[in-house]
Design a binder for this molecule. Structure first.
Ligand code: GDP
Ligand code: MN
Length: 380
């Protein structure tokens, strides 16, 4: 789950990472009230979960109430890369002497954490990596050993941060690493990390992605979830206990086991189609789970055909077949269903469906045949 900047800054606060004081505002008048409380100048920042807000006109300085009104009025409702701004973060404006970059993320292939630090912040790190790769100091961190202050001191020197910034930056990086690990982030990024003219180091921006696999130990994440703008299809799937990822195509996919589900996506692509989702009903799925899966896919208006690809192992095909009939009796399914049913109790499963087959409930003998059929129906 991605956090808004203001939530990221709140999260940073729990780990003593310094950020400028501020508050949220959903209307022009709220923005003025926050600014009056904080004192001028302030900076108004669009709260959308996408980068490059500055360039898009979503970050503006205001020296008085009139300017707050003018800018807040402009930014609220602004479309930034398809994200409409509904909320502002109003914070005390900072004077900037230097802009740095700092982040921690996972280095999966090496089973390590990866720290990135650069004295050239404020611009997209991808651009720095492209044009001036030597300007980024990479630090590979063993998750068992962690990052201590000595490591961080060497790192800030290696990255060539200004001398006056180094000690504060090192302390901040250790705190950011704690936020990233103890706070269960997949990404904790500060761009820019600034040095002010009076030699204070603080985080001017916050980009935080929380690791959903750790949500069981973070009841406090509920407050972030409340404002999360996730795909309504995914909310529905989660409520039904399904592993579902929404995609942009037209073929709804239901499969059992993550491996077969991915192979199903591939084969749909291979025969010229595009998947509307990834959906793994898991091992041992029963009729109820199958019915729930069909209901979730059915709620997606982009789906033009549904491909049910089941290879029964622990999952029994007769249970899957019952689930399909159960779903058909509960809701009107809007798209034709193509089934490929194999494995445990496949004969029994096909027998259950035999009397119900028609133009919108079709079986095919192989995965490839079924994919072709589903794609041709979706493209018809
Ligand atoms: P992003 O464009 O979405 O990454 O948003 P940022 O929060 O990083 O802001 C973009 C840029 O606006 C920063 O790199 C700064 O140059 C500038 N900026 C943001 N806040 C302030 C501030 O308080 N004072 C000044 N002078 N510039 C700011
Ligand atoms: Mn930024």
């Amino acid at each position: 789950m991605d956090l808004f900047e203001y939530q990221g800054k709140q999260y940073f606060g729990r780990f003593d990472i310094p950020t400028p004081a501020g508050d949220i505002a959903d209307t022009v008048e709220q923005a003025v009230a926050v600014a009056e409380r904080i004192g001028y100048p302030v900076v108004l920042k669009a709260q959308v979960k996408v980068g490059g807000r500055g360039k898009a006109g979503g970050v503006k300085l205001a020296a008085n109430a009139d300017e707050v009104r003018e800018h807040a009025d402009f930014i609220l409702g602004l479309d930034i890369k398809g994200h409409i701004v509904g909320r502002l973060w109003v914070e005390e404006a900072s004077s900037i002497a230097k802009e740095y970059y700092a982040s921690f993320t996972l280095d999966r292939p090496n089973k390590m954490h990866l720290g990135m630090l650069s004295a050239q912040g404020g611009v997209e790190i991808e651009v720095v990596a492209e044009e001036n790769p030597d300007a980024i100091a990479f630090l590979s961190i063993d998750p068992v050993k962690g990052l201590d202050l000595e490591d961080a001191r060497r790192w800030v020197a290696q990255a060539n941060l200004d001398e006056v910034a180094r000690e504060q930056a090192a302390t901040l990086l250790v705190a950011l690493y704690r936020c990233y690990t103890e706070g269960d982030c997949d990404l904790a990024e500060i761009n820019p990390l600034i040095l002010t003219p009076d030699n204070v180091v603080k985080a001017l921006d916050a980009k935080v992605t929380l690791d959903e696999n750790a949500s069981f130990r973070h009841p406090e994440w509920d407050e972030f979830r409340a404002t999360d703008t996730i795909d309504p299809r995914e909310i529905m799937a989660r409520e039904k206990g399904l592993t579902y990822i929404g995609l942009d195509g037209t073929v709804g996919i239901i499969s059992n086991g993550a491996g077969l589900a991915m192979a199903t996506l591939d084969v749909v692509n291979q025969v010229g189609g595009s998947a509307a989702n990834f959906l793994d009903i898991g091992g041992g799925a029963n009729a109820d789970v199958m019915a729930a899966a069909l209901e979730v896919i059915n709620a997606d208006p982009k789906v033009k055909a549904i491909f049910v690809n089941i290879f029964g192992g622990i999952t029994r095909v007769d249970e899957v077949a019952k689930g399909v009939l159960e779903a058909l009796s509960r809701v009107t399914i809007n798209a034709p269903i193509v089934l490929r049913l194999d494995g445990t109790n496949a004969v029994e499963g096909r027998a259950i469906l035999a009397a119900h087959l028609n133009d919108s409930l079709i079986t095919e003998p192989t995965m490839l045949d079924a994919a072709r059929r589903a794609v041709s129906l979706a493209n018809a």
